[in-house]
Ligand binder design. Structure first.
Ligand SMILES: Cc1cc2nc3c(=O)[nH]c(=O)nc-3n(C[C@H](O)[C@H](O)[C@H](O)COP(=O)(O)O)c2cc1C
Length: 250
């Protein structure tokens, strides 16, 4: 299996150390190959808010050479790990910038077969909320399931603290199990998210509509064929019908 690890720090420091320990643990547990995307190496500019990726096509982005490469690296993975140090109680600007460069994937998700992991490292605060944010982005990009790891160092070092190492090894072991499980049945939140986009892409621009249509999602209850709890399915259906009723037509 291939794992792509995105290091959201602009140095190869604590976050990278956590990723390396995850890599080491996974290597001991199974047959994995790894590829890193380090923010420090990307030279990515800020999104210019031109909206072309949403309205027309992602290829219209002024830095499509970079965002295209990222998406293709992620597309080739079975597992995607997003990570970031905590800066001012949230993820780093570099990691946010990386996410911004491929945000059109919220509209046109492509990672349905993949399993995600969201990792944050911090000196003291906001580790959980930052990891949860990264998880919500991965879920919005379509990953089937996603775990979190929030590492709070409190002045200790990942290199020397047994407690931190154990925490990371435990999370990596959990992720290994997740990677080797069949696709997870969607939660109610997943079903609602799908139906919200199913309704709204019918009033947005051509590109989103074509993506959803070509994948047959307008005629299905979820991104792919999987058993869904009938109550969740019903709530999703009612939500979709309601949104279609209140939203304007194309
Ligand atoms: C600009 C900046 C802002 C930070 N803000 C916070 C913060 O709000 N809360 C916190 O606990 N740690 C904060 N830290 C500490 C980092 O989150 C922590 O050292 C992290 O593990 C660094 O990861 P790295 O070595 O991969 O860059 C901050 C560090 C920097 C450089």
């Amino acid at each position: 299996m291939k794992i792509v690890l995105v290091n959201g720090s602009i140095r190869k420091g604590a976050t990278y150390k956590a990723l390396q320990l995850i890599e080491k643990t996974l290597k001991e547990l199974g047959d994995y190959e790894f590829e890193y995307i380090h923010m420090v190496d990307t030279e990515l500019n800020y999104c210019k808010s031109c909206f072309q990726c949403f309205i027309k096509d992602e290829s219209k982005c002024f830095q499509y050479d970079k965002s295209y490469t990222f998406k293709n690296q992620l597309l080739q993975a079975d597992g995607i790990i997003f990570s970031s140090p905590v800066y001012a109680m949230n993820i780093s600007g570099a990691m946010k910038n990386f996410i911004d460069s491929i945000t059109y994937l919220f509209h046109r998700p492509e990672f349905q077969t993949k399993k995600g992991m969201a990792v944050s490292t911090t000196m003291g605060s906001s580790a959980k909320s930052s990891a949860e944010y990264l998880k919500s982005v991965l879920k919005a990009f379509g990953v089937n399931d996603c775990s979190t790891l929030a590492v709070t160092q409190f002045g200790q070092s990942i290199d020397t603290s047994d407690k931190l190492q154990k925490q990371i090894i435990k999370a990596a072991t959990h992720y290994h199990k997740m990677l080797n499980k069949p696709a997870k049945s969607p939660s109610l939140k997943d079903v609602l998210w799908f139906n919200m986009w199913k309704a709204s892409t019918q009033i947005t621009k051509e590109k989103d509509y074509e993506h959803w249509k070509s994948l047959g999602w307008y005629n299905s209850s979820y991104y792919f064929d999987i058993k869904i709890n009938p109550i969740k399915k019903l709530i999703g259906f009612i939500t979709y019908k309601f949104l279609r009723m209140v939203m304007p037509s194309r």
